[in-house]
Design a binder for this molecule. Structure first.
Ligand SMILES: Nc1ncnc2c1ncn2[C@@H]1O[C@H](COP(=O)(O)OP(=O)(O)OP(=O)(O)O)[C@@H](O)[C@H]1O
Length: 546
């Protein structure tokens, strides 16, 4: 799902397409962007964007100027629910169809079993009970795709028949609407599956969002962890890939995880005093991004919702107090500063750090590593706790929903972006395998006549990042075992092993960076991985138990 969704990239033609984010900016400017659920839509407020098309690796094209010579007037004038029904299928036609539908407030379009969604940043009145009833029990394509219900429902019917497991995969760049789509699907499932404990299902989302979401420059409520939800008769979360760097560092205009600000805004003053807590602006771990508030978000109100959710999920008062105590200690930890004369010999000896200059940096690294581990253990404990409440005792049929954060190319890309983009690269690989490779293999097996559909196989990129023994992440792993290793030695090893790989870009100047040609575009990664801290992190991860 993307701006126009990344699914729009999933076409058989190269180069791929997407509608440029920046061009939509005036459409959803800050004043119109509401933090959680946008206000009801009115036609007067609706500004139609002029989507632009980017062909990867080529210059930009405007939808208006895309060559329409082969486009029949019917395509230009009508809109097609199901893109496969279009008589003429090419990039211009696909985009024009999506745009025409978007202007008519139709944000969902089918491409076979794929649902393309354009984020309207306005809540349309299409998610009510009447719609649930309209879609319930109907197969994909029987109703217009004006809801995610159709797709969800098709999965929901099939498992009952086939007794196997099905997946919904949300994909798209940051801010495209994956998390909202996940929630809509869950709400739909909760509405049609009365055996579930609906109160618990609804409550887990705000809880997980407080601890796992944060404001970024792209999305005020960006998920900074991957979520894998299995809907049995109950809901089961499996979370991973929590963005740990955010706990100790935030870029300009970004925030730490919502929970810290919500806690400081909403905690009763007596409890706040007991934890020696002050306002958010006074904490180094919370004030690096600048503004500690988000327009349209009431942190105190969200704190109250969070506590209510904890009550419904049977969190004991003692557990709740412990959670806030751990959060408070992370904030206090962040305000500890070291000066050079305080360098301790034991630390230098313990980690075999030879240079005293390096030791000071190590103290900060040590402090940050402990903070990150504390938070990630708390987060892990929380998901375990939620799962123990809602996980089914016996396995039944399930629908799995995966919602991870989208592909990122920021001004400064580091280790976290490498992990995020690798995960997205892998999802693209998975998609290619299902849609192209396995389908074509089946045609061959059944000797069905078919025309070879070329697609860009991204296996080489996955190998570059992670294959044994010299994938970039493997090199990082190896290097983190050596206390003497540095970012420089790591980078030299990457250059040495991959300089001839066409997907790897070695900078012309001796700058501490490397580039990768991903399926969605080139990304330059600044090597500020702090290899030594990865070593420290591994050390403390093993030492601290919750
Ligand atoms: N279907 C929708 N209708 C109306 N507004 C939406 C819809 N989907 C998303 N939005 C708006 O877009 C914002 C960003 O969406 P969301 O958080 O789901 O993006 P995301 O793809 O999960 O981003 P990230 O990868 O950063 O987590 C939401 O806060 C909401 O305001």
């Amino acid at each position: 799902m993307g701006y126009v969704d990344q699914s729009a990239m999933y076409n058989s033609y190269q180069p791929s397409l997407y509608v440029d984010h920046a061009e939509m900016e005036p459409f959803y400017g800050q004043e119109q962007l509401s933090y959680a659920v946008p206000q009801p839509f009115t036609t007067e407020q609706f500004k139609v964007p002029r989507p632009q098309v980017r062909m990867f690796g080529q210059e930009r094209l405007d939808v208006q100027t895309l060559p329409p010579p082969h486009m029949s007037p019917s395509i230009a004038l009508n809109n097609q629910d199901m893109m496969l029904d279009m008589q003429e299928m090419h990039e211009g036609a696909v985009l024009l169809n999506i745009k025409t539908r978007f202007q008519r407030e139709l944000i969902y379009t089918y491409i076979g079993s794929i649902l393309v969604s354009v984020n309207p940043y306005r809540m349309y009145n299409i998610y009510g009970t009447d719609m649930v009833l309209l879609y319930k029990g109907h197969a994909l394509g029987e109703n217009p795709p004006n809801k995610l219900n159709a797709l969800t429902n098709s999965l929901f019917i099939i498992p009952k028949v086939l007794f196997c497991f099905f997946y919904l995969l949300f994909s798209g760049e940051s801010g495209s609407g994956k998390t909202e789509a996940t929630k809509l699907v869950l709400r739909y499932l909760a509405a049609i599956q009365h055996t579930s404990n609906i109160a618990q299902q609804v409550c887990t989302s705000p809880l997980m969002e407080s601890f796992g979401n944060a404001k970024t420059v792209r999305n005020d409520n960006s998920s900074r962890f991957g979520k894998y939800i299995e809907v049995f008769l109950e809901k089961f979360f499996n979370s991973y890939l929590l963005e740990k760097s955010r706990i100790v560092f935030q870029a300009k205009d970004e925030r730490n995880y919502h929970i810290f600000y919500e806690m400081l805004a909403g905690l009763p003053s007596q409890q706040k005093r007991a934890f020696y807590l002050q306002d958010a602006e006074t904490y180094y771990y919370l004030n690096q991004g600048g503004d500690c508030g988000i327009t349209g978000k009431n942190d105190a109100e969200d704190y109250r919702r969070l506590v209510a959710a904890m009550e419904i999920l049977h969190f004991a008062a003692e557990d709740q107090a412990s959670i806030f105590r751990v959060l408070a200690s992370i904030l206090h930890l962040g305000n500890i500063f070291f000066q050079r004369h305080e360098v301790c010999i034991w630390f230098v000896i313990l980690f075999d750090v030879v240079s005293p200059l390096c030791a000071l940096a190590c103290f900060f690294g040590f402090r940050d590593a402990v903070a990150k581990i504390l938070y990630s253990l708390l987060f892990h404990w929380l998901t375990e706790k939620i799962n123990s409440q809602v996980y089914p005792h016996q396995h039944t049929l399930s629908i799995s929903i995966l919602d991870i954060y989208g592909f990122e190319d920021l001004t400064f890309n580091s280790f976290e972006q490498l992990c995020i983009n690798y995960a997205n690269e892998y999802l693209q690989f998975f998609f290619n395998r299902i849609i192209f490779r396995e389908e074509q293999e089946e045609y061959s097996r059944e000797q069905v006549l078919w025309q070879d559909i070329p697609f860009s196989d991204n296996q080489p990129c996955i190998d570059l990042v992670a294959a044994k023994p010299h994938g970039i992440l493997r090199i990082l792993d190896d290097q983190s075992c050596f206390p003497q290793a540095t970012d420089h030695t790591f980078l030299q090893k990457c250059h040495y092993h991959h300089v001839h790989n066409p997907l790897y870009i070695k900078p012309k100047m001796p700058t501490p960076e490397f580039g990768i040609k991903h399926y969605a575009g080139r990304v330059t990664y600044q090597v500020c991985f702090h290899v030594i801290f990865v070593h420290l992190h591994n050390y403390f991860q093993d030492s601290i138990k919750f």
